[in-house]
Design a protein around this ligand. Structure first.
Ligand code: NDP
Length: 456
């Protein structure tokens, strides 16, 4: 770590003042403030090295979305009752390409959460090296317990407003929490009906038979495991025989567990908002997929049907289970300082974020101080959006690539993201700090594009 110079102190103070201005201007958005703070805390070296970026107020511009769309979504439930929800799309930055980022359907969704996700997405998408800008959206609609027909009516009502803001060269949503293949299908159908256009590249995560890409379903989870393997390789280790804990039991969690098992790890846990399962024999993924993907059940059903080796613990924290590698794959701020201390006591070597911002800032500090390899979501879970960009390429060329080809591309992207974050951290004197490396590298790419494109 270089010694603190006067300029650096000045830059740090300027960044702190900027952070306060952003917090004052957008009150009541704690997750957005957290995401901004985490980036600003790491950017001093680049502003010191390149004063023109400060002069052009690039950071203030990045923290202000290009456009925010809020809308009413009215639909009818199975009992014929009227339901009213709120829809969001934050089009954050298009310097590198069309806005790209998922849609989240969860009762906790509000503008601050969509903005935190969209802000992170800018840097993540830049890190992939591909031509995609950053955006995010969603609704406070809760798909849990809703029938297929209700989910369809909601998706149709949602797209009836959103469609006018989308386009394969404008804004390209994908899935996130509560939005999987079923929802993307209903959203795409409504877009096609309203616009009378077969515009495959307008949404990603589509079904394989109608414009989807092989490996997209697996990509975020697989990508995080590949990123983790790269971090371990730097330390002369691999995943073979390691005890791995995974949180969540949705898209990211399932394919994280699948890839980790394929690389010889012993995957012990999954969870949902009700509790977690510990399976001493290692997870039975076929059973888990049947329950979660086909029956839309809970992890408690898994424990019940798996029998002997699996226990279900109501509430509690999956991070109480000692492991060598922990892969949070559920939601933001799910791994706290106390959890990090537990993990360190249990001998954890690597923590890598499949979810977006699952580790609190205090927990990140504990892990980094203990010398644990820490992979931030911006880098570690970028495999999903990278594969979405590959889906867009296939759509544009009206072709589709085999699974092996997409998986190979994904592995290449994850290696490059790892190396870029690692080498950028080295270049700025933050050796081994993937948080700083990912933020600095993502920021530089977006900032350079913005400088070149003038004051917009
Ligand atoms: P899913 O909806 O498929 O699964 C989410 C899982 O997390 C479920 O098991 C859910 O349990 C659990 N979960 C959600 N909210 C909470 C909560 N408040 N407390 C405890 N558990 C919770 O979503 P994904 O797997 O797609 O997304 C998981 C994470 O990965 C998110 O942070 C998302 O932003 C991130 N991500 C996803 C990408 C993708 O390609 N899908 C790409 C990059 C990041 P329950 O059913 O009980 O709610």
């Amino acid at each position: 770590m270089p010694s603190t110079t006067t300029t650096e102190r000045t830059t740090t103070a300027w960044l702190a003042a900027l952070e306060q201005r952003i917090e004052r201007r957008d009150p009541g958005e704690p997750e957005f403030h957290q995401a901004v703070r985490e980036v600003l805390e790491t950017l001093a070296p680049v502003f010191d090295a390149r004063p023109e970026l400060r002069e052009a107020r690039v950071m203030e511009r990045i923290a202000e979305p290009e456009r925010q769309i809020l809308f009413r979504v009215v639909w009818q439930d199975d009992q014929g009752r009227t339901q009213v929800n709120r829809g969001f799309r934050v089009e954050f930055n298009s310097a590198l390409g069309p806005y790209k980022g998922g849609l989240r359907f969860h009762p906790s969704v509000n503008l601050g959460i969509v903005k935190f996700l969209g802000f992170e997405q800018i840097f993540k998408n830049a890190l992939t090296g591909l031509g995609i800008g950053g955006g995010k959206g969603g609704s406070d609609f809760d798909p849990r317990g809703r029938s297929d027909a209700e989910v369809m009516r909601f998706c149709q009502a949602f797209m009836t407003e959103l469609h006018r803001h989308l386009g394969e060269n404008t804004d390209v949503p994908a899935g996130d929490i509560g939005v999987g293949g079923r929802e993307i299908g209903y959203l795409f159908g409504q877009y096609r009906r309203i616009t009378n256009r077969w515009e495959a590249g307008v949404l990603t995560g589509k079904g394989i038979g109608w414009g989807g890409s092989q490996t997209r379903t697996e990509a975020t989870g697989y990508g995080n495991v590949l990123f983790t393997s790269e971090m371990l390789k730097v330390r002369g280790e691999d995943l073979e025989g390691q005890r791995v804990t995974v949180s969540g039991s949705g898209n990211v969690a399932i394919y994280t567990a699948e890839k980790a098992q394929a690389l010889g790890a012993h995957v012990l846990t999954v969870s949902d908002s009700g509790g977690y399962v510990i399976d001493e024999k290692g997870l039975d993924l076929e059973l888990l997929k049947q329950i979660k993907e086909v029956e839309r059940g809970r992890v408690s059903d898994y424990a019940e049907r798996r029998g002997g080796s699996a226990r279900y613990i109501t509430g509690g924290s999956v991070w109480d289970v000692p492991s060598d590698v922990a892969l949070p794959s559920a939601t933001q701020n799910e791994l706290t300082e106390a959890d990090a201390l537990n993990l360190v006591r249990g001998g954890v070597k690597a923590v890598s974020e499949g979810a977006n911002m699952p580790t609190t800032p205090e927990a990140v500090r504990v892990l980094q101080a203990a010398g644990v390899a820490f992979g931030p979501g911006k880098a570690a879970n970028a495999g999903g959006v990278a594969t979405s960009a590959l889906e867009m390429s296939q759509n544009a060329a009206r072709t589709s690539w085999p699974f092996e080809r997409v998986e190979e591309e994904l592995a290449g992207v994850m290696r490059r993201i790892h190396d870029t974050a690692y080498e950028t951290a080295e270049r700025y004197g933050r050796s081994g700090d993937y948080v700083a490396g990912a933020n600095l590298a993502g920021f530089e790419r977006v900032a350079d594009a913005m400088l070149a494109q003038g004051l917009i």
